[in-house]
Design a protein. Structure first.
Length: 82
């Protein structure tokens, strides 16, 4: 979680997504906090398409989407003009 959060704070949304893939490949359980950090990293750069992809991925993996998730998604769509 700390590494993905660091990517969020540094505006490195692409690196945050790469970390999610790496974590999943070594069977690290991705939780709401981990996904939310990646969602927020994408949101900061208006990467609404990546955010929506992450929401679908979260739902498919039965990871809880919460207020933070949805707020970041709305903000990403707004920043991306969607």
């Amino acid at each position: 979680n700390a590494a993905v959060s660091a990517c969020e704070k540094g505006g490195q949304w692409d690196q945050a997504l790469r970390l999610l893939v790496e974590m999943a490949s070594v069977h690290v359980e991705l939780n709401t906090v981990t996904y939310n950090a990646a969602v927020s990293a994408c949101e900061k750069d208006g990467q609404w398409d990546q955010v929506l992809r992450l929401l679908v991925e979260m739902a498919s993996a039965h990871v809880e989407l919460n207020t933070i998730t949805y707020s970041a998604a709305v903000s990403a769509c707004e920043k991306g003009g969607q």
